[in-house]
Ligand binder design. Sequence first.
Ligand code: ADP
Ligand code: ASP
Ligand code: MG
Length: 412
Amino acid sequence: MALIVQKFGGTSVGSVERIQAVADKICKFKAGGHDVVVVVSAMSGETNRLISLAKEIQEEPDPREMDVLVSTGEQVTIALLCMALKQKGQGARSYTGGQVRILTDNVHTKARIQSIDESNIRTDLDQGRVVVVAGFQGTDSEGNITTLGRGGSDTSAVAVAAALKADECQIYTDVDGVYTTDPRVCDSARRLDQITFEEMLEMASQGSKVLQIRAVEFAGKYKVPLRVLSSFVDGPGTLISLEENSSMENPIVSGIAFNRDEAKVTVLNVPEHPGVAYKILGAVAEANIEVDVIVQNSAHGDSNDFSFTIHRNELKKTVSVLENLKEDIGFSGIETDDKIVKVSLVGVGMRSHAGVAAKMFEALALDGINIQMITTSEIKITVIIEEKYLELAVRGIHSAFELDHKIEEETL
Ligand code: ADP
Ligand code: ASP
Ligand code: MG
């Protein structure tokens, strides 16, 4: 008998029929003798709907009230799923994040989980019930409702699995595993049987939304076995493995991630003297804005241009932070571009292979795509390009690295 945490995302609970199908799936697991704790998201589209309501009232909605608002989506699905389970004769109990004491810090809309009190969950499991926990939410030490950032139910599930020392955390979604790249963008993308934590962490941090990055971080830190599966079709899914598979040679490249949410800011003619980068990025960090790719362009005379990328939602805020520095630093102006995307090639095999970057850049050159910024790590190469080239770039790189699925395999 195993203890399994199952997370069902928005499309998996997107209608009453889908919720009933999820309840059937859970009942099957219970019938197999397993203990099951379920974490659910809001019905698909619901969180977006709530956010747009808020934005009709305030352009930058109050973060505390935003959390009170968006956390309601998950409260609906926990109740409906428990009703569906009970209707099928399976005892079940729903809990909001606060009720199972998912304690977070107080950073509204992007809170981090600090601890979970699993005693309620254990009592229910001992009595044969399925426990259904609202994903995406917790409460801070003062009892305020907090949320964990978009896609945060993945993190709730892994955190619950870590707290309970579950045998596996299964993330059920609308694709049957982690693919070499988003199958919505590249129809020759291939499902991976397994991917290392390190690679999954890079894929998630570079924009692959199939798992929230914090979920992967948590799973790695607490050694939670994690699997991504389809809630619509049966199959083995993708195992996020703790160790690199030593029995076979690792592929050089495992996948391609991309992110459409970034914008580029260029500070023009920044005087060349020590401490300037610190002044710019220090002020941006102080405003709680996360900076991603940074490039200091080559000097012309005694000044140079300094570019970095941030989340598109923070573009206005970033510009106003920088404007306050203009006089002090003495730069000549600020340019912004929100029509850019970030494309990253990820693979642990890159460590031991030269020429990976050149091959990626060749694929982009063949499609006539200009690279605006480049950044690399041991297992990743990232480029910033014009947004209109995203699909072309992903497909070109995908086939350059022979990631496409084999047609013969499919027809056999
Ligand atoms: P859920 O609502 O279940 O959390 P998400 O929409 O957050 O689902 O995540 C699943 C989606 O992630 C897929 O529909 C797919 O379009 C996207 N995705 C992006 N990159 C990948 C990838 N490498 N492999 C699989 N899916 C990916
Ligand atoms: N409902 C939240 C969102 O849409 C959390 C989640 O689905 O994981 O971001
Ligand atoms: Mg998700």
